[in-house]
Design a protein around this ligand. Structure first.
Ligand code: GLA
Length: 748
């Protein structure tokens, strides 16, 4: 049966009412199928997730019977029969009963066409399964949205309380997915400040693997919610079956892979219920965050390409708009903001070909001017001693220098030394009866976004800036503190455990209001670096700051890990000074440029301190980046050689969807004499087309042997090109670093 016929077959199924006999129900994306098994008054079961099935195979999938399907639960609830392993839902009913049973009542499949979270139009197939407890009036809907044009299925659930009194939800995952055992490896990401997105790879074994976050405010500072499962042995970049998953939420999450004595690992993902039990009022419905799944037969990079394509189209703000090349003032001047200095930086970035200047921290505070990080957050008025002509003056200078202008804010925070805190001490997060715990600068506190008044205030910070100064093109939205002592002065004592969830509902409301009024402004999510690299927020944000660590060597590792789920267009990656301000390593400018050019290129440096030769190199890098920006920012990623292999080499490339152009990156990580590095085979090209090779950011005295030559895509993918392990430069310019950026263009 062809696909059209198959869809018709399933619409017919959907129209049928459920019987006691089991029914296999399939939804699909262009290349993936998900099959579940439903029968009236039975527990919903998982059957299959993987490559798109033919109608024949679908028909021949095992016929579920209750006897041999005691596992494979789609949404196990704590209680009858599910007491020993992880469950998706646990609740205490109004009468104190802790056991729940969820049985299928009905299901529905329909074609939907709506607005995606980033505002773009999307089309998909939505499967809704209705589950009911036979004893209590508890209804759960499971939702599965299969995208029409990208290989992504989003799942979520809602839980409705129709009891006469409140019930208490103590566990409420969005989804459960059984994964067949057999040498399955998980790739997940650990991190901390200045070392975000570090890849961890481990074989799934008996027992439980838990990845979680409890920061409260920023959920990518430490472990990240995204996981890839390589189904046939340790993950490979460009071959092998891979399932990629991400929790699309900005708050505390928990991902647990529970392996019992069955043939399956059980993946659970959703909100972290730790200290977060939720009192569901009579009549209220609790909706869990979405979790996204993709399946690829093209290895880890294949799953990344699926995530990137879906992300750019549906989950990242302005995923189809090229990003500007910018200079950010932070590492250049830190808090030492002044009008003349900003003008000079704008002139410098303009002279190197940059398009945007961003003034970072240090520009605000009236009664308490922001001289360092000990005061002023919350007082978003211009410090006129530093900036006598105000933001008007900065915008005037930006216009004069022909660059756009952006500004830093940290709207969810206050310092105890601020006018805001003096007026509204009750707006901060703190435990009842206790003194506030103070963060950065010994005085930073988090505002309580569960409070609608605080939501209005946070919205007003952006609203005031953008109403008064509509020419502001870019906001850097920072968040430099976690929840340090749990407690809300707004929520009732009975609902203190709602804080983590209500905080993020509040944040989302504010973001929605901002995007409804200011659709175009570019907004960066920053949180002590990469703490907000999360699809939970990217519908409102255009990009995130990968890390406060701008050391090019460490960035190779962090950007490698971050690229598993996030596209280069979202990864802010800046050229900074040497010695590096975080690692104190001295890396030549060429290498720093080559690393920054693999993401959204920018600069984070005081250009005044650069030599003319250095400026010329950056000017060249910026010009070169402009010619490949569309490939980096919109192309398909192929990771080729992992820095984690430990053999001193990292390499990746981006290829345009039509395979017309590609950019190839090659980084040597350490130098030894008599070193033998492998030649890197490329990937993703059209084997039958001819590609011309051109080196970008060239510093060598003579061109590479392959410069200007033409090769078949097949040759480049089967052999690669030989690259010298060091640069051919004058003796006094030699050093122990080497990197290459190569532009490939198909010859028509
Ligand atoms: C955080 C950010 C930095 C910078 C400072 C300003 O650390 O990650 O990029 O904006 O705050 O205080």
């Amino acid at each position: 049966m062809n696909h059209e016929l198959k869809s018709a077959f399933f619409s017919f199924l959907a129209a049928m009412s459920l019987t006691a006999a089991a029914e296999k129900v399939e939804i699909h994306t262009p290349a993936n199928s998900l099959v579940v098994d439903l029968w009236k008054d039975g527990e919903p079961k998982f059957v299959y997730y993987g490559s798109r099935l033919s109608a024949q195979d679908l028909k021949s999938l095992p016929d579920p019977t209750r006897e041999n399907w005691s596992h494979l639960d789609l949404y196990p609830a704590y209680g009858a029969n599910h007491t020993q392993s992880e469950v998706a839902l646990a609740m205490t009913h109004a009468d104190g009963n802790m056991s729940t049973s969820l049985l299928v009542q009905d299901f529905d499949i329909k074609e939907v066409s709506d607005k995606a979270p980033n505002g773009n139009d999307r089309k998909g197939t939505l499967l809704t399964i209705t589950l009911k407890d036979p004893v209590y009036p508890t209804t759960v809907h499971l939702y599965y949205l299969a995208y029409k044009d990208v290989d992504m299925i989003e799942c979520w659930s809602d839980i409705n309380n129709a009891e006469k009194k409140d019930v208490l939800l103590t566990q409420f995952y969005s989804t459960c997915m059984p994964i067949r055992r057999g040498n399955v490896w998980a790739s997940h990401f650990h991190g901390s400040w200045a070392a975000e997105g570090q890849l961890t790879e481990e074989k799934l074994n008996n027992g439980m693997l838990v990845v979680k976050n409890k920061d409260g405010v920023r959920n990518a500072t430490s472990d990240r919610s995204e996981v890839m499962f390589s189904l046939d042995g340790k993950g490979q970049q460009n071959c092998g079956d891979v399932i990629g998953t991400a929790v699309l939420y900005s708050g505390n999450y928990r991902v647990a892979i529970d392996t019992d004595d069955s043939e399956y690992h059980y993946y659970f993902a959703g909100i972290n219920p730790d200290n977060s039990s939720y009192r569901l009022r009579k009549g209220e419905t609790f909706t869990t965050p979405h979790v996204a799944y993709t399946f690829s037969r093209e290895g880890l990079s294949g799953a990344s390409r699926n995530f990137h394509r879906w992300g750019r189209n549906y989950q990242l703000r302005h995923g189809d708009k090229p990003r500007d090349i910018l200079l950010n003032s932070w590492e250049g001047v830190y808090f030492d903001i002044n009008q003349k200095g900003m003008d000079q930086m704008m002139a410098d970035i303009a002279s190197m070909g940059g398009e945007l200047f961003v003034m970072d921290d240090g520009w605000f505070g009236d009664k308490y001017p922001r001289k360092n990080d000990t005061s002023s957050l919350g007082d978003w008025t211009v410090d006129r001693t530093k900036l006598p002509d105000g933001i008007e003056g900065l915008l005037r200078d930006a216009k004069k220098n022909k660059v756009k202008f952006g500004i830093w804010i940290e709207p969810e925070m206050a310092n105890t030394k601020s006018e805001l805190y003096e007026k509204h001490p009750d707006w901060i997060i703190k435990a009842p009866q206790r003194e506030p715990i103070l963060g950065r600068g010994g005085s930073q506190v988090v505002l309580d976004l569960s409070n609608p008044k605080v939501q209005d205030f946070v919205f007003s910070i952006v609203d005031d800036l953008l109403t008064k100064y509509p020419d502001i093109a870019y906001l850097k939205w920072d968040a430099n503190a976690p929840v340090m002592n749990h407690g809300s002065q707004y929520l009732t004592m009975a609902n203190q455990s709602h804080l983590y969830i209500e905080y993020h509902r509040g944040l989302q409301k504010v973001c929605e209001r901002i995007r409804a009024k200011y659709a175009d402004v570019v907004i960066q999510a920053c949180a002590s670096g990469g703490g907000r690299a999360t699809y939970g927020l990217l519908p409102y944000f255009d990009e995130f700051w990968v890390s406060d660590d701008t050391d090019a060597l460490q960035r190779i590792y962090m950007q490698w890990g971050t690229s598993y789920f996030f596209p280069a267009i979202a990864m802010a990656s800046h050229i900074s000074a040497t010695p590096n301000h975080q690692t104190f390593r001295t890396i030549p400018l060429k290498f720093r440029c080559d690393v920054a050019m693999s993401g959204r290129l920018g600069m984070e440096i005081q250009p005044k301190n650069m030599t003319n030769e250095e400026k010329a190199l950056c000017r060249k890098a910026i010009a070169d980046y402009k010619s490949v920006r569309h490939i980096v920012q919109f192309g398909d990623i192929y990771r080729l050689h992992s820095p984690y292999e430990g053999d001193n080499l990292a390499s990746l490339m981006y290829v345009t969807e039509n395979k017309q152009e590609a950019v190839f990156y090659w980084y040597k990580l350490e130098t030894f004499c008599n070193q033998h590095l492998p030649r890197i085979k490329m990937a993703g090209l059209d084997p039958d087309r001819l590609y011309t090779v051109h080196e970008l950011n060239r510093i060598d005295n003579r061109p590479l042997d392959c410069e200007g030559k033409t090769f078949t895509g097949a040759y480049l993918m089967q052999n690669g090109i030989d690259l010298p392990f060091k640069h051919n430069v004058d003796y006094h310019k030699q050093n122990d670093w080497a990197s290459r950026v190569i532009w490939l263009k198909a010859v028509d």
